[in-house]
Structure formats: C-alpha cells, structure tokens
Design a protein. Structure first.
Length: 88
C-alpha cells in the first residue's frame, strides 16, 4: 500500500465519505492481495444484493470513524485540518 493515508482528516463530509470508501477498498486489497482473484470474484459479488449491502455497511463503519476524527464537521465553525497522526 504505497499511498496509505496517514490522516483521517477531510475538509467536507463528501471528502470524508470518499475516504471511507477508499479505506474499505484498501482493506479488501490487504485481505486478498491477488488482483486476479479479486477480478475473478467481482462478477459474482457485484450482482449479489446481500454482498452489496454488507459492503455498504463496511463503508458506513469507516465513515463513522472518519466523521469522529473530523469532529463531525459541524461541531466547530472552523476545523483544524492539520494531519491527525495514526499510531500503527
């Protein structure tokens, strides 16, 4: 993961949601690093309503985390957008 995020900060809720989607996608790449296998499985899960609902749930959980890291965007008039450092 060469472009791994070092911050959960996002200027807007929309950018925060985009970050949540990216986190979900990156987690799949870590769980199944073989791109050919992911491509082979994609047609099956992409047409399965239960799989799509579960993927949406994962994104929602990531979005909750990003929102909390950004003080839910509306709790302050001005948000400090300096990087929030993650400890790994």
């Amino acid at each position: 993961m060469n472009n791994w995020k070092k911050s959960l900060r996002a200027k807007t809720p929309e950018k925060g949601y985009d970050l949540a989607v990216q986190l979900a996608q990156e987690s799949i790449k870590r769980i199944q690093p073989d791109e050919k296998i992911r491509e082979k499985l994609r047609p099956k899960y992409s047409k399965n309503a239960n799989s799509l609902i579960m993927a949406s749930s994962v994104v929602a959980i990531h979005f909750q985390t990003v929102a909390a890291a950004n003080n839910y965007w509306s709790s302050q008039k001005q948000i400090d957008h300096s990087p929030l450092r993650l400890k790994m």
